[in-house]
Design a protein around this ligand. Structure first.
Ligand code: SER
Length: 590
């Protein structure tokens, strides 16, 4: 069975059981407390909390996921950062019996996995939540022997919530016996053993509780089910392969790498696998117009691209090698995710720009790293200082994690806290610079600044209207004379586009829209559609400025009260501000 057939069979099975097939949501999480989508249930989170589901109470999906938490494990047989997750979900409809029966029927009867290779875990209970005897009994009733069913604690068999709060509950997991041979632990070799004998394939979560920010559990009014099956792991089992990299969704990429190096896959597994995993994640993130940067999802993309480039050096791969691999990735997934085909040109531009940028400094940076070890770490010193790690970051574009990885290979550590301090100090210096421009903090709130702030909001929204919703703020700077606005967009703006944006801003000035200020919870602001950037740094309560019905943004201000106060807006320059980022300078004319 090909991966396409396996995916379809899953969705069809649950459709037959009355589930609605819902398309994968974006990799960029809709939950403001989580950066990326890490599980299929994320897009359905509120339907566990009594909000009616527009899809009905039984749904199924195949969800694109990205898990940075597993990045260090990538290279073994079963971990990935980019993966697809198959799931079925019930919002107050069926519960434990049906969930387990469905899973059993699909795996054993439909996919024909030999029952004797399935082992089960369930929640064994703790001081807050009782043992899940019910699940254990259902499995037994279906024919799984008691001695293949094991109770585990919270770490292994309790799931959620994603983000700071939300639905969660005990789980029962299905593990596949890959080797059928116990390790030296003998009888104690069981699911969750780290010897590699078992792979966890499917996690069935029974959402019975709500966990709040203080980690208190309260029973949910309506019980729900959230299941997640690692798609690549299922394929590995069904295609009888020994790793998630040997399946049809990865093999073409591995082969493409192998064609271009003297170093074979079987002797360099980890390196091949890291590159393969990271190129997939990069393609899918870039397809959502994420631009490599030093914050949030942009940083995740930068980190995996730079890590892939550095690993490609270990195989002596040619320069700008990620492009053919990205093309292979698009080919593999385009039938299922047509959006990556239509974004191909942008994806390749984003990746190539980052590759060219990093290629320029990588070799120098690596040399500096070696020098640093020789000169700074003489004697017994085992720690690279935060200042040095920050210097590598600033000067050579080394993500902190890359420096950590290089350090680890030499049995050294990096002072992470010190890096954080150096980073903060740098930010404070930049901020101080900005304050100086306005002649001190107090004076920053001058009328001119307020006018330019409001103009920035109008510009931002106009760019989104004229160029498209992919436009995202990447930076903004205001001096008494002008505003500067950086945003994600791949191509140079045409004169016509510039005119259109300028005209739209001026129209909104003429309309004399009212600027309204409101205070609200950060979450509420996002739900109301307010634009926000650098999400993580916002306090819980935020100020939201709306300009008529035209624009709504989280912002600290200051702003004018009516748009006519801006008089006339003029764009004086449109230029590149790095890969995939454009910069506009504009003024307000008297
Ligand atoms: N949310 C659970 C998981 O991600 C099951 O879907 O494992």
């Amino acid at each position: 069975m090909t991966s396409i057939e396996i995916r379809q069979r899953f969705l069809d099975f649950f459709k037959e059981k009355g589930h609605k097939i819902v398309p994968s949501s974006s990799l960029l999480s809709s939950d403001p407390t989580v950066l990326l989508t890490t599980a299929g249930m994320q897009q359905f989170k509120e339907y566990y909390l009594n909000k009616p589901s527009p899809y009905g109470n039984r749904v199924t999906s195949c969800q694109k996921c990205f898990r940075t938490s597993d990045i260090d494990e990538v290279g073994d047989d079963s971990h990935l950062t980019f993966l697809e997750m198959l799931g079925n979900f019930s919002f107050g409809d069926y519960f434990k019996t049906k969930t387990i029966e469905f899973a059993y029927e699909l795996l054993v009867k439909k996919y024909k996995i030999p029952e004797f290779r399935l082992w089960i875990t369930y929640f064994g209970g703790d001081e807050n939540v009782p043992e899940d005897n019910e699940s254990q009994k259902i499995w037994q009733k279906l024919g799984i022997p008691r001695e293949k069913i094991f109770g585990f604690d919270r770490k292994d068999n309790f799931w959620g919530p994603t983000g700071e709060e939300g639905p969660c509950g005990p789980t029962t997991e299905i593990h596949f016996d890959l080797t059928q041979k116990p390790c030296p632990k003998g009888e104690n070799c069981r699911p969750n053993c780290d010897c590699g004998r078992f792979v966890e394939v499917w996690n069935l979560v029974f959402n019975e509780y709500y966990q709040d920010k203080e980690k208190n559990l309260t029973p949910l009014k309506q019980k729900g089910v959230d299941t997640g099956m690692g798609f690549e792991r299922l394929i590995m089992v069904l295609q009888k392969k020994s790793s998630v990299f040997d399946i049809d969704l990865s093999e073409p990429i591995i082969k493409e790498i192998e064609k271009n190096t003297q170093k074979p896959y079987n002797l360099n597994q980890k390196v091949y696998r890291v590159i393969t995993d990271h190129i997939k994640g990069a393609v899918f993130l870039a397809s959502e117009r994420v631009i490599p940067s030093n914050v949030e999802e942009g940083y995740v993309l930068r980190r995996i691209l730079r890590r892939a480039i550095r690993f490609s050096k270990l195989l002596d791969l040619p320069k700008i090698f990620l492009i053919p691999l990205a093309q292979k990735t698009i080919k593999i997934y385009q039938n299922v995710y047509p959006e990556i085909k239509s974004a191909e040109a942008d994806i390749l531009t984003i990746i190539q720009n980052e590759e060219e940028k990093f290629e320029k400094t990588l070799e120098k940076g690596l040399k500096e790293f070696d020098k640093l070890i020789e000169t700074d770490l003489v004697g017994n010193k085992k720690i690279i200082s935060g200042d040095k790690a920050f210097w590598l970051f600033e000067t050579y574009g080394f993500p902190l994690e890359l420096t950590e990885e290089l350090a680890k290979e030499k049995k050294l550590e990096v002072d992470r806290k010190g890096f954080g301090k150096a980073f903060k100090k740098h930010q404070e210096i930049s901020r101080a610079g900005a304050e100086k421009k306005f002649g001190g903090v107090g004076k920053e709130a001058t009328y001119e600044a307020a006018r330019l702030h409001t103009a920035t909001h109008l510009l931002h929204q106009s760019l989104r209207k004229i160029l498209g919703e992919h436009v995202k703020q990447m930076g903004s700077d205001i001096t008494p004379q002008r505003l500067r606005f950086d945003f994600s967009h791949l191509s140079k703006m045409t004169t016509e586009e510039i005119d259109k944006v300028e005209n739209l801003v001026n129209q909104k000035i003429k309309d004399n829209l009212e600027v309204k200020k409101e205070e609200m919870e950060h979450k509420e602001a996002l739900e109301s559609g307010a634009l926000a950037f650098f999400r993580e740094k916002y306090p819980e309560r935020v100020t939201v400025y709306s300009v008529g019905n035209f624009s709504k943004e989280i912002c600290a201000g200051p702003h004018v009260s009516q748009t006519q106060e801006l008089n006339k807006f003029k764009i004086i320059k449109e230029e590149s501000a790095g890969a995939g980022v454009r910069r506009i300078r504009a003024i307000l004319e008297e």
